[in-house]
Design a protein. Structure first.
Length: 586
């Protein structure tokens, strides 16, 4: 092909890349003409250092489909390890459509090896093709021995794919056959990606532990490791690895789980948490306080670390001159201008906290109050002028009061030094592209249970709500289920108001206190926040019911018998109006 055709094609592609901000006009204009048509793509990739952007430009310039995501159940067919193409459904996706030699070989392969005569040509980036091969082609590699370089490449491609799909964990689970299940946890749900041949997996697990983590692999004991993967020039993720021997027939094999830490650090933003205006205002106010303890509670995987990180960053943006220090196990997100200490077998939370208090901190984050000593030190820090953020494991905010008492924290210290207790859950969100609309009154069971709630009081029976599409769509094919995409946090905040402080000091049962506050409207629980999201079309009733206790459990009428260990929440000193109650009087 003559130079004019090469020049024209190259200029068209660079124009697209300039328009998309991938390269500057100056860089594009300074590039020499490629030697041949098939060298345009590699030359351009070398200049841009972004093969995904080049593939997108090729797709626009040639008007061919760009393979960005594969749907579950749609067949993928691969050729050899070094062949730059993949057949997805009825489209042959190639990395370089201008390479006539590769195009001819790929077409012959589809017709002769796969047996498909009618198909279209599409585009795929080299990096995404490698990720697809790492996930979906390992089963076809059965019986092949992977050398060290191939095993490491497969590891990196699996990790990059998991990071792209916002997975929080990767599971390699040996089965009773010669296959190992590869699963990603996406939006809190484990999904099988493919099956890996056992020999291929053994090479992968050895490369992870020995080459990435620097740990000599042993197969008869539990091992931990960690390493970092650079996803791009600007983004890296930390990974924690755990291996565990499991029984497999008459022998054993290693199960390996890799946790991706800080994979989606964009969520560590208070504006991205989807908080109600009232809850956001409360968190902002709490962050302005000079001392006290802010506790967030919830099960593992409920987003506590993300919320605390968002709170820290919001505080830092408004109070940049404070000294921020965190103690975590492990450190998941690292922030500029903050110090982070990781708990180790030789450095406990209590030891790290005791040492940190000698470093003049203003704001302290303690990843978890696991024991009495850590809890006591945390409250001592709050009492001596520090603002402490931490977590507990309880079912709701009020249960944390009893948990603290069982950790030998005095009621008076809890009442006067706790700023607020938050509880949180993560709920699967509806896919905005295919969610199904209906009127609340059309579902009699839901209307009877939730219809009277204030979230639907404006329109009443005519309130429009949404549910997940049973079939889903292309936008949610990688989500946690058909019609579901992403997760949203639901939160409740128990502020230490004077009334709550008196109730704690007088021994009111936390469960009774919770029910009374809900009935009086002085406390909005997880259901209140969740139903707000239902009314906004963000989540459905079914998704809330999956993660929250029965809606009516805390809305039952409070019986006076057994309601307290001391006095009622209403038993404030008669001589002091509620709004004038001073903490020092407690």
């Amino acid at each position: 092909m003559n130079k004019d055709a090469i020049r024209t094609t190259q200029r068209q592609l660079y124009d697209i890349l300039v328009t998309r901000g991938v390269v500057t006009a100056q860089i594009a204009g300074s590039q020499s003409i490629s030697d041949s048509m098939d060298s345009i793509v590699p030359d351009m990739t070398r200049v841009c250092k972004n093969d995904v952007a080049v593939a997108a430009a090729l797709s626009e310039q040639t008007n061919k489909t760009n393979l960005l995501v594969v749907e579950e159940g749609v067949p993928l067919s691969f050729a050899g390890r070094n062949d730059n193409w993949v057949l997805y459904s009825d489209t042959l996706h190639v990395v370089n459509p201008y390479d006539s030699t590769v195009l001819t070989r790929s077409v012959q392969w589809v017709r002769n090896e796969v047996g498909v005569d009618t198909f279209r040509i599409g585009i795929v980036s080299q990096s995404y093709l490698s990720q697809l091969r790492a996930i979906h082609a390992l089963e076809s590699d059965a019986g092949e021995e992977l050398d060290e370089k191939q095993a490491l490449q497969n590891v990196d491609n699996i990790l990059r794919t998991a990071a792209t799909e916002q997975a929080s964990d990767i599971h390699f689970v040996p089965t009773q056959t010669d296959k190992v299940n590869l699963l990603f946890r996406i939006d809190g749900v484990l999904r099988v990606q493919s099956k890996i041949d056992l020999k291929v997996y053994e090479a992968i697990v050895r490369s992870v532990m020995e080459n990435r983590c620097g740990v000599l692999l042993t197969t008869n004991t539990q091992q931990d490791g960690k390493f970092e993967l650079q996803l791009s020039e600007t983004k890296a993720i930390n990974l924690r690895v755990s291996t565990m021997p499991v029984v497999r027939k008459s022998t054993s094999a290693l199960k390996m789980v890799i946790r991706l830490l800080g994979n989606n650090d964009k969520l560590a933003n208070i504006d991205m948490l989807g908080l109600s205006k009232a809850n956001k205002a409360t968190l902002t106010k709490l962050g302005d306080e000079p001392n006290g303890i802010i506790i967030i509670t919830g099960p593992t995987g409920s987003g506590k670390t993300t919320t605390l990180s968002a709170q820290l960053l919001d505080m830092q943006s408004r109070h940049p001159n404070r000294n921020y220090h965190t103690i975590e196990d492990p450190v998941e997100l690292q922030h500029q201008g903050m110090s982070h200490t990781e708990v180790t077998p030789t450095l406990s939370f209590a030891q790290a906290l005791r040492g940190m208090l000698r470093q003049d901190p203003d704001v302290i984050l303690v990843g978890e109050m696991r024991d009495n000593e850590t809890a006591e030190l945390g409250y001592k820090a709050a009492m001596t002028g520090h603002l402490v953020l931490t977590t507990l494991h309880t079912n709701n905010a009020h249960e944390s009061i009893g948990r603290l008492e069982r950790m030998n924290i005095d009621q008076q210290i809890i009442a006067t030094n706790t700023s607020a207790i938050l509880a949180q859950r993560l709920v699967r969100g509806l896919c905005p592209s295919c969610r199904v609309q209906y009127r609340l009154c059309d579902d009699d069971k839901q209307f009877q249970r939730y219809g009277a709630h204030k979230a639907f009081s404006t329109l009443g029976p005519e309130s429009v709500v949404y549910k997940a599409s049973p079939n889903g769509c292309a936008q949610c094919s990688k989500g946690s289920g058909p019609g579901l995409k992403g997760r949203r946090g639901v939160i409740e905040i128990l502020s230490m108001t004077p009334e709550v402080q008196v109730a704690i000091l007088e021994g009111v049962n936390p469960s009774i206190l919770r029910r009374r506050q809900i009935q009086e409207g002085s406390f909005e629980d997880l259901w209140d926040d969740g139903l707000r999201l239902v009314s906004e079309g963000v989540v459905g009733f079914e998704e809330l019911e999956e993660v929250l206790k029965d809606y009516e459990q805390d809305r039952k009428k409070v019986e006076e018998s057994g309601a307290r260990r001391g006095a009622s929440i209403h038993a404030l000193p008669k001589s002091t109006p509620k709004h004038q109650l001073d903490v020092e009087q407690l």
